[in-house]
Design a protein around this ligand. Structure first.
Ligand code: PAF
Length: 281
């Protein structure tokens, strides 16, 4: 497995892979890999001849007061993990390589970014869309893999790829969970044991909501309230949002008639955790 820090190097690696007739899969990450990332890479490995992951903690998607400086970073650990699933190359640029001085071009996906995490984290999706566009332009992958845990991110990237005629297929991979149901996240390391226990209420509330829908409940406000009540029963949890929107259009819904995204974000001490489920009638 090769590790590259410059755009010129990764482009040369891609050029050679293409010359060998290889299809290219890209897994963009911010590092501090976990089983969820490894699942993205394994899927990429099944679908593509050459798999590249990027590890770049993207300053453009962090707001003031967020955890940019403290975001966990450990390239040696990440490289060891990526190698176990057969990743061919890691692209690990520095900030200056991606945003050299004088940089002033950004990608803005409208409407679907003004709700959920987009409302709580102004500018977040502008940063995500910009860096993913750059990664797509640098690596020119045939396929790019993203986790369903970041449900809104996947929809934003798919919308952007369609709207901007990008020649890449965006593949969504189901959320990977710990044995007790907590969605895997690099930010889970911020949780102390009590917060870790309280965080189980997120998945528990989503499962309960899905069960209510299966049992015939269609009122989005009632389902939302049920989720809020379950999470609020945990004194350590501070709800940022619990919302239900149509999926994939992210339109507000009152009655659940088709696929609906039930998404939530909850602060648990230093950690801001997100999770979601798609409700089917
Ligand atoms: O999901 C992430 O880790 C990041 O948002 C991404 C897609 C790597 C862009 O920085």
């Amino acid at each position: 497995m090769r590790i590259f820090h410059t755009i010129a190097e990764i482009r040369e690696f891609v050029r050679q892979a293409r010359a060998d007739g290889h299809s290219i899969g890209l897994v963009p990450t911010m590092g501090y890999l976990h089983e969820g990332h490894l699942e993205l890479m394994s899927q990429a490995k099944k679908q593509c001849d050459t798999v590249i992951i990027s590890i770049f903690v993207n300053p453009a998607q962090f707001g003031p007061g967020e955890d940019l400086a403290s975001y966990p970073r450990d390239l040696d650990r990440d490289a060891g993990m990526a190698e176990t699933v057969g990743v061919d190359a890691i692209f690990n640029p520095g900030v200056e390589e991606i945003y050299p001085s004088g940089y002033c071009t950004y990608v803005d996906v409208e409407r679907i970014t003004d709700r959920l995490c987009g409302a709580s984290r102004p500018g977040h999706f502008r940063g995500v869309a910009t860096v993913v566009t750059k990664l797509f332009n640098i690596v020119k992958p045939d396929y790019a893999f993203f986790g369903q845990k970041d449900a809104q991110q996947v929809l934003v990237i798919k919308r952007m790829a369609t709207d901007l005629n990008m020649e890449v297929e965006v593949v969504t991979v189901p959320t990977v969970r710990e044995r007790d149901g907590l969605a895997m996240s690099s930010r889970n390391i911020y949780l102390d044991p009590a917060q870790r226990q309280a965080a189980l209420s997120l998945n528990r509330s989503l499962k309960r909501a899905a069960a209510e829908v299966r049992a015939g409940e269609r009122d989005a406000a009632k389902i939302r309230q049920l989720v809020i009540d379950i999470i609020k029963a945990e004194p350590l949890a501070e709800i940022d949002y619990v919302e239900i929107y149509s999926h994939p259009d992210l339109e507000p819904v009152e009655a659940i008639k088709g696929p609906a995204l039930l998404a939530l974000a909850v602060k648990m001490g230093r950690a801001r955790l997100i999770d979601n489920i798609i409700l089917h009638v």
